[in-house]
Design a protein around this ligand. Sequence first.
Ligand code: GLN
Length: 549
Amino acid sequence: MAKYIFVTGGVTSSLGKGIISASLAKLLQSRGLRVTIQKFDPYINVDPGTLNPYEHGECYVTEDGAETDLDLGHYERFLNIYTSQANNVTTGRIYQTVINKEREGAYLGKTVQVVPHITDEIKKRMLELGQGGNYDVVITEIGGTVGDIESLPFVEAVRQLQWELPEEDTVVVHLTLIPYLKAAKELKTKPTQHSVKMLNQEGVHPDMIVCRTERPLLPELRRKIALFCNVKQEGVIEAADVPTIYEVPVAMMREKLDVICLKKLNITNYNEPDLTKWKEFLNKLKYPKSRVTIGLIGKYLELQDAYKSILESFIHAGAVNECQVQVMNVHSEFITADNVSEKLAGLDGLLVAPGFGHRGVEGKITAVKYARERGLPFFGICLGMQMAVIEFARNVLGLKEAHSTEMDPETKDPVIDLMEEQKKITAKGGTMRLGAYPCDLKEGSLAYKIYGKAAISERHRHRWEFNNKYLGQFEQAGMKASGKNPGTGLVEIIELTGHPFFIGVQYHPELKSTVENPQPVFVHFVKAAKAYAEKKNEVKNPLLQNEMT
Ligand code: GLN
């Protein structure tokens, strides 16, 4: 049986519980332990698939097609392992299970209550991943902030497990904030004291307190926190702000977060941490040799988290290329034919983002046209690929009214259309084409060159697809389907002949990029942007020289 680490959060949200959990997991993994992480979210949606990105950031999709919290993306990117539906549980899913069981008669004669029925279901799921013999340690992140009404049943489940499991099988790590008061020139521990008191009132005693802080946490402050919060002084850990989330594992190693957890869990059989590859990556990330600017054309740009996996994929791909990728956000709603060259000036590559609904699509189409006509490296993801198809239909094939039936159900030329099996579906939750599907690549294509093999598998989240009735027309004019689903013939990749780099993918490659395995399309896109930037400079430099002489 596995051992369990629970991570709770106090004082405020957004302290980075996901990153701390992923970093701790990385350190344990680097010591040769088999680790996984799961997240329990206290909202009533059964999964975050029905939440607007403005509400909850990106919806991360796993291999098995689960629509999950974006923290699972961090887990996969850090650990280089797959997660699944079992790694993300919401209050909604717990209640749905309990209510379904009640209807089936599983509790016949009994009053169904939060304690024990809801908490039993939570505990069952907390323990499940650790029972298959696949992991030595399971880290469970409890979403929300301690003291919230909605996280109470989860904290109660942790309380019960702390007593039910052997003492050495659980660790509770509590993440808090130590604010710096400028006027007083002091770090303040009171909010942490209160948040631990709250946790204690709910019956849970943290073994470790990880303190987010802008300033160093000096020994006397650590002593104070230890004293007031009833933890050992070695259990008070400083989590100082760092320039990139990828430095957190190294910072946590310095603070011995992993070693102290291992001690409490009485795990003695582990190696020295091997972070060689991780540090190589960090080094390349910190000391890039060149720089490119990529335009991210999207519509949820006000919120950093909405395109999380795309931004992280650029960090991975940038490091491989020893190139700093500067992402410039461009709001698709405000791009018009008149201002496009001004809005997209100075870019070395253009990425048109995934999305839903008609808002901003005309701007995306205009941006694709700009990239196609100027030989600017282009990468379209999901809706971005669909926009490239529509642009080509309208401006090259002359099908002026071409559209997707998502935006215009009555269009004369539905070059993007609803998948057959989607036509009967009315329920919204979990009903898209989700998860990993195989894709065959055409030899000699750009896609084949990028992946270096003929068969790949990538993750999906969409309802619409390329309408194969038009494929002949597209291919004849130079837009080729270079990747197709082997079973259904669905077009998964389109590319343009005669363009230095123009690729659109129906799947979400950003979901599979990790520090150890950067996603190949991103890697090659950055490479193409680098080449574009170099060429631009070559053109510029002779002029500069002329001016100087
Ligand atoms: N709205 C499009 C579809 O459902 C694209 C989805 C996406 O970009 N994830 O097909």
